[in-house]
Design a protein around this ligand. Structure first.
Ligand SMILES: [Zn+2]
Length: 483
């Protein structure tokens, strides 16, 4: 089954254009009359085609891809609305990567748009990963300067449907509850960040699907920042390498990004949440399989014979302190999480996720798990409880600390864009954690999106514009004063 829209992209684009939004039945304007106008960043006029930082802008119209002038002039909102309509939900059960055909649809669209805008080295690899280059400009050493990677993922969470996303733009959010047509409600009590965006233009789904701001907001913001830089060749910029990756949500896509071939010195994932968020710490994570083997016998003659693996598994679950679980921890606390269990009297398999913010803390949790299993085995002769590590990832903090300018310049870029940076540890992993482990320091920057992986996912258009400004400034800072 292929996802994605069947109408030409040009039609979607036309619908998404700011000036037409107010006629769209899915746009709700809550602002007083007289104050209405496009809230997205002012349109930039493309520079002459022969003045795009030495890169050629294709003048040939590509099928189903908006013309270059349109791609360069439209705002981040139009790009975002175009991308969220393509169903790119990933599938944990999928065999190949990408795990779903819709991811191919968006990857191919992005590659075509990148080519049309005039990016170079545009490629889509065998796993749907799109890479492209924006050459440096105004740098004394355009070849030898720092190359900055910008990454976002095209897939959306498998947790909620992404099929037939109908984005709604709520102009001038007036505060209070936002009722979505399919029944979901955004309440400030449940979503406190809503109080920070009164007066903003918010985008949601109709409540029957997720929105897909995770991570199409990041994709749109990177594309909009690149468009802005192409329109402003007078702005110095570092060489940028873009990567739009697949299957981030299943954790499988990033393994296929060739880090050496990507050729960035530093990188950023644009996959965070609220305005100003920057993350360069994530969990040290270990995933384990505990296999409990018991002994089956007829229940009528089980006395002294049966060793029930189900009861042993139950005892193991009961040993997890209530205060050490995901549902009772936050901030910088780690946790023990039993994620799945399957089995019978003879054999039970449990999946356990251990998380901490430092390697020693994770090792301590692993020792606890092994000791608990050993104790249960000793108390139940005839049983075995085996612990096997089956995956995990590392905290990116150390790798990022080796290149301090990565965080410092991002914070400066935010301040220049009028944004107060705030450091937020990630209670999970990101593609950046894996890249950092492979030697490419890759902190995570905000997108402006909130309540990811849910039907009430929302994003502020004004926050998206700030993300674009931050990326533009980041490209400039790396060119003029590489750390
Ligand atoms: Zn994401």
């Amino acid at each position: 089954m292929r996802g994605g829209p069947k109408e030409p992209v040009a039609v979607i684009l036309a619908r998404a254009r700011c000036r037409r939004l107010r006629q769209d039945p899915h746009v709700q304007d809550q602002r007083p009359r007289g104050s209405r106008g496009c809230a997205a960043r002012p349109r930039c006029r493309p520079a002459p085609a022969d003045d795009h930082g030495g890169v050629r802008v294709s003048s040939e119209p590509l099928a189903d891809v908006p013309p270059a002038e349109e791609l360069l002039a439209e705002g981040v909102l139009a790009k975002f609305l175009r991308y969220v309509r393509i169903d790119t939900r990933s599938d944990p059960a999928g065999q190949a990567v990408p795990t779903t055909p819709g991811q191919w649809d968006l990857s191919r669209l992005l590659a075509a748009e990148a080519r049309a805008m005039g990016l170079v080295d545009v490629a889509v690899d065998a796993h749907g990963i799109v890479t492209a280059t924006l050459p440096a400009r105004g740098h004394p050493d355009p070849v030898g300067g720092v190359t900055v990677g910008l990454l976002a993922h095209v897939d959306t969470s498998p947790a909620v449907s992404g099929n037939g996303v109908r984005p709604i733009v709520h102009r001038g959010y007036a505060g209070g509850a936002l009722h979505l047509p399919a029944g979901a409600v955004l309440e400030p009590r449940a979503h406190p960040a809503l109080s920070e965006v009164v007066g903003h233009d918010l985008v949601t789904s109709d409540g029957s699907t997720l929105l897909g701001a995770d991570n199409k907001a990041g994709v749109a913001e990177i594309m909009a920042a690149v468009a802005h830089l192409l329109c402003h060749p007078e702005t110095p910029r570092a060489r940028l390498r873009l990567a739009f990756t697949t299957d981030e949500e299943t954790g499988r896509g990033i393994e296929f990004l060739d880090v050496d071939g990507f050729g960035a010195d530093v990188a950023y994932t644009v996959d965070g949440g609220a305005l100003g968020e920057i993350s360069f710490e994530n969990f040290d994570a270990g995933n384990y399989r505990v296999t409990v083997v018991g002994r089956s016998s007829h229940t009528g003659t089980a006395r002294g014979q049966m060793v029930n693996a189900l009861h042993l598994a139950g005892q193991l679950l009961a040993m997890v302190p209530a205060v050490a679980r995901p549902e009772t921890t936050g901030g910088r606390d780690g946790f023990v999480h039993f994620d799945a269990v399957a089995g019978n009297v003879e054999r039970v398999e449990l999946t356990v996720l251990l998380r901490d913010f430092d390697a020693e803390g994770l090792a301590e949790r692993e020792r606890w798990l092994r000791a608990a299993c050993a104790a249960l085995q000793a108390a139940a002769p005839g049983s075995t409880l085996a612990v096997e590590r089956i995956g995990g990832y590392r905290n990116m903090r150390e790798a990022v600390a080796r290149r301090p300018g990565v965080v410092a310049l991002a914070e400066r870029a935010m301040r220049s864009a009028g944004v107060s940076p705030h450091v937020a540890p990630i209670r999970g992993g990101t593609d950046g954690a894996r890249l950092s482990e492979k030697g490419l320091p890759t902190p995570n920057l905000f997108t402006g999106g909130m309540d990811f992986h849910s039907r009430t996912e929302w994003i502020s258009v004004q926050w998206m514009a700030k993300a674009v400004d931050t990326l533009v400034e980041l490209a400039r800072l790396w060119a003029v004063e590489p750390a």
